[in-house]
Design a binder for this molecule. Structure first.
Ligand SMILES: NC(=O)c1ccc[n+]([C@@H]2O[C@H](COP(=O)([O-])OP(=O)(O)OC[C@H]3O[C@@H](n4cnc5c(N)ncnc54)[C@H](O)[C@@H]3O)[C@@H](O)[C@H]2O)c1
Length: 309
């Protein structure tokens, strides 16, 4: 996709982080912008910023884990702007903890947003985009799904997130193949960021009350502390990533990595698989991360045991 002006972009998780940057770039390119997010104040802020820049905006409170809300978004988008050209299935939440300790509510929340959000977004918007392609021989569209390096690697203590993001990579590669199979005028990309400062560390702000009310294990708390440090100290910004993604859309490039130098870990994982070797330590290049995580888990477990004594 090379022409953006006057076209329409739909962005889930558009109130913060990467989604807000996609919205800003789409606006700067003269697109109509649809932002969907579960957090109303964030939506309002982005909406007024873009409207002040002269962009036509539809901002809607949507929980991407709910198919009927996404379908209503697709209908509202069609009514306001007609065809959709760019779809960003981007909303996502982070969560940690040892895989056997995570509660069912945790699994349902994170898979609901990270995986079902992408499934619902694709099911509601892609058929409409395909119809647009049939009606207009000049139509060009593109879908970007936000996964993560956690969709390429399996670091310990973040099982639900890893599972959700591996699923998004698989979903997106299949989407790419399916669109190619039918020779659709729609490209696809998967975004795999590493650590980038955004609101992802505070994902619990938007968790359902039942998840917020659950006690947090030492492993989960330790993950929060370790990830806050890793994400907060990231040198690549959300706006850098936004620019990388639009470059990939223009070039019809599928894989988008915010930190290509981290791909050595992916290569090692692939070599483990083809050599039928046990999985390598994904923190091999950063032993400090593993040490920090273990130390925090031990300290928090001791603290909890002291509190319970
Ligand atoms: N920042 C990173 O280091 C990083 C790394 C890898 C992947 N990612 C992925 O990037 C994507 C965007 O996250 P971000 O880093 O910009 O974080 P962010 O918290 O700044 O933005 C995520 C947005 O999604 C919204 N959201 C949360 N639950 C939702 C729901 N149920 N329905 C609709 N919207 C919802 C939030 O309100 C927020 O505005 C996510 O899929 C995340 O997993 C981020």
């Amino acid at each position: 996709m090379k022409d953006f002006e006057g076209r329409t972009a739909v962005i889930t998780g558009g109130g913060s982080g990467f989604g807000r940057e996609f919205a800003r770039i789409a606006s700067s390119l003269g697109m109509n912008v649809v932002i969907a997010d579960v957090q109303q104040d964030a939506l309002d802020a982005v909406s007024s910023e873009l409207q002040d820049a002269g962009t036509d905006v539809l901002a809607r409170k949507v929980d991407v884990s709910k198919g009927d809300e996404i379908e209503a978004l697709a209908r509202a988008t069609e009514a306001m702007f007609g065809d959709v050209h760019l779809l960003f299935n981007n909303a996502g939440v982070g969560s940690g903890g040892l895989i056997w300790e995570n509660s069912i509510r945790d699994w349902e929340w994170v898979l609901g947003v990270n995986l079902w959000g992408v499934i619902h977004g694709t099911r509601s918007f892609v058929p409409r985009m395909l119809d647009a392609g049939k009606r207009d021989p000049n139509y060009a569209g593109h879908v970007v799904n936000t996964a993560s390096m956690a969709g390429m690697l399996n670091a310990p203590n973040m099982g639900i997130y890893n599972v959700s993001k591996h699923a998004v990579v698989s979903f997106s590669e299949t989407l790419f193949q399916d669109l190619s199979l039918i020779e659709a005028p729609i490209g696809a990309s998967v975004l795999c960021p590493y650590f980038v400062p955004t609101g992802i560390n505070e994902s619990h702000r938007n968790a359902p009350d039942a998840v917020k009310g659950e006690p947090e294990s030492a492993a989960k708390l330790a993950q929060k502390l370790t990830m806050s440090k890793a994400v907060g100290s990231g040198k690549v910004s959300a706006s850098d990533v936004g620019a990388m993604v639009f470059e990939a859309i223009r070039e019809n490039r599928f894989y988008v990595f915010s930190h290509p130098h981290a791909l050595g870990n992916v290569e090692t994982r692939m070599q483990d698989i083809t050599a039928i070797r046990n999985p390598s330590d994904p923190f091999a290049a950063r032993p400090d991360v593993r040490t920090r995580l273990r130390d925090a888990m031990t300290a928090l477990a001791a603290q909890a045991a002291g509190g319970n004594a």
